[in-house]
Structures are given as C-alpha cells and as structure tokens.
Write a protein that binds this ligand. Structure first.
Ligand SMILES: Cc1cc2nc3c(=O)[nH]c(=O)nc-3n(C[C@H](O)[C@H](O)[C@H](O)COP(=O)(O)O)c2cc1C
Length: 325
C-alpha cells in the first residue's frame, strides 16, 4: 500500500505533502526526528513520538519537545507561505500530552513577505559545526534574533563578556562530566558519526570531528582572558517557567531564530552541555540572573556551505489512521 496524505481543510493533498516535508526539515537532537503527524479533517496534528526519546541525553524529553516545537514553527511558516492562516492550538488535550498541537489552515491571505523569506530559508538552514569565517557579526543581529524569539513567547537574555567567560568554564566542566559517563558516550556513538545511507542520526560528514572532539565549543567564547568575539554571537533562548508548554514555545522560538539567522546569511550550531547537565543548567540559570530557564544555547557566525543531513521518508512520520491508500 502506498501511503498518501489527504486534504486538510483548505489545503489539497499536494499542499499537505509539501508543508509536512518542510516541517520535517526542522532541527532535532541527534536528528532523531521525534515527531508524528496526523491529518485530522480540518487540521494537521503534531504528536511527540516518545519512542524517539534519548534516555541518557534527554531523560525527561525536554529536547524532544523543543525539537517538535521547531517542527511546529516550520509547519506554520510553510502553511502561511502558501497563503493560508495557520490557526494553532497548543496542547489541546489533557488526556493525550503527546498531542502537542493542531494547526488548522484557515482563510486565504496574502503571505507576509517576512514570513515568505523565513519559508525560503527552511531548506537552506543547516546545523553548522565547522569553524566560522573571521567576519564580524553585526550588533544588530542580536536585536533581530531577540525580536524573533519574543514573537514566539520566549526570551533571549543578554550575556556580557564576564558571563561569557563563566559560560566557557561551565561548558568545559559540563562537557567533561558528560564524557565521563559511559552511557552518555555510548548513546552519542549510536546516533552520530554514521555512514552514508542513514535516514536519521548525524552522519559523519556533518560533524566537525570525532564525537568527543567538540573543541570548537570552547573556542566560541574566546580564550580565558578574552571577552566575547566579534565574529561570534553566543545566545541563550530561555523561558519563564519550564513546563511542556514553555518548551514547545521555546522550540518554536528556536526555529524562528534559526530561520531568521539563515535568511540573514548567518550559520548556527548548538552548545548543549551546560543545558543538558542538570547542575550546569542550574548554574547557568543563576548566571543569567533573570529567573529565565535556559532551553537552548547557540553560537552564530558566518559559515561555509554544508551538505544537508538526511531525513526519514514522510511515510515514517505519518500516523496511519490519517492516510488513505
Ligand atoms: C534541542 C536541540 C539540541 C541539539 N543539540 C546539539 C548538540 O549538542 N550538538 C550538535 O552538534 N547538534 C545539536 N543539535 C542539532 C542536531 O544535531 C541537528 O538539528 C540534526 O542533526 C539535523 O541536522 P540539521 O540541523 O543540519 O538539519 C541540536 C538540535 C536540537 C533541536
């Protein structure tokens, strides 16, 4: 049986196919792609796929929800770019917490040129772990990214040079703690440095070196005596509380910020150790000093073009009840 998507509200099946393929290009932890979609009459449902949780790296599924939030923003953007209003309900069912959102394509509208620009960035966005070019990132980039984040109800607190130095030490310690944990290293090994032909996980060509060699993580903050670097921007995306809804919104903010960066020619990658190690996350929260829960830490700069990281076939992320033969 060949699975096909059905029409949803005002979207015909080709348009549904197109917006789902766009949503699947969102970033996800270790490229686990932990999402499922269901076409339910007038709306597209986004479900978390708990089978794709990373038990050691992400035991409470925080990053799983962030990744799904990134897919949700991508879906909304793709629907908007086709000329429909993506009316979105977050966490619509208390009985089913894995149902993260329903997006209903409503009345036709002329696409907002800013959203159309973000939509064009969807297939061009990459996680870029390689060294960045020594070109200064304009100071206005932070303001633009902060605005993008706030539009999705998340926050991007400022980091001064002293905080960046502290963050550098924190990253080194947290990274050390992770690498001392054989279960973490084993899980990292299962999902990264993969050969050709995989449809999930991180292929070896997409990483800067061996799994344990993330030396670029520390270079991003400058040397011990330096402050922030003009050719890097290190930003935190945070939330006021740390519930499922906050994480879903932070994931949408993440993707809005990443697509905004991509359309401005900026590349980005993730610095996760100080957020994944609970004690380091608590320290980072104190360091930020504004009560914000850090959800994602990114470095941004000007990178060189990269090949894309593969995705699973669409059929693999459809809940069967909403497809027709
Ligand atoms: C919440 C989250 C955390 C991530 N953490 C890391 C990380 O610590 N290190 C890293 O190299 N990539 C990280 N990534 C990026 C993913 O590995 C990447 O999105 C995935 O491999 C797909 O590749 P793409 O972003 O180029 O499409 C993270 C992504 C998300 C959404």
């Amino acid at each position: 049986m060949t699975l096909q998507v059905t029409r949803v509200g005002r979207l015909n099946s080709d348009q549904v196919n197109s917006v789902l393929r766009s949503a699947m290009l969102a970033p996800s932890t270790h490229n686990t792609q932990p999402w499922l979609f269901r076409c339910a009459g007038t709306g597209i449902e986004l479900h978390a796929d708990p089978r794709r949780i990373l038990p050691v790296t992400d035991p409470d599924g925080r990053e799983l929800v962030l990744s799904c939030g990134a897919a949700l923003f991508t879906l909304r953007t793709a629907i908007h770019a086709l000329g429909f209003h993506p009316a979105t309900t977050l966490l619509p069912s208390r009985a089913d917490p894995d149902l993260l959102a329903v997006v209903r394509p409503l009345a036709e509208r002329t696409p907002d040129p800013k959203i159309a620009r973000l939509a064009r960035a969807i297939p061009r966005r990459r996680t870029n772990r390689r060294p960045f070019r020594p070109a200064a990132v304009p100071r206005s980039a932070l303001t633009t990214l902060r605005h993008a984040t706030e539009l999705e109800h998340a926050w991007m607190p400022s980091l001064d040079a002293e905080q960046c130095r502290h963050l550098r030490d924190l990253t080194a310690r947290a990274r050390g703690d992770q690498l001392a944990d054989p279960a973490f290293v084993a899980e990292l090994g299962r999902w990264t440095q993969l050969g050709a032909g995989t449809r999930d996980g991180v292929p070896s060509y997409a990483t800067a070196g061996a799994p344990a060699d993330e030396s670029w993580l520390l270079q991003e903050f400058g040397g011990p005596g330096e402050g922030t670097r003009p050719d890097r921007l290190v930003v935190v995306i945070g939330s006021l509380t740390d519930e499922r809804l906050d994480r879903l919104q932070a994931g949408q903010a993440l993707q809005r910020a990443l697509l905004t960066a991509t359309s401005a020619g900026l590349a980005a990658s993730f610095i996760s150790p100080p957020i994944r190690v609970p004690s380091a996350r608590a320290e980072l929260r104190r360091l930020l000093g504004c009560g914000v829960w850090p959800q994602v830490l990114l470095r941004l700069g000007y990178g060189l073009p990269l090949p894309w990281t593969p995705r699973r076939p669409l059929e693999d992320v459809l809940l069967e009840t909403f497809v027709s033969a």
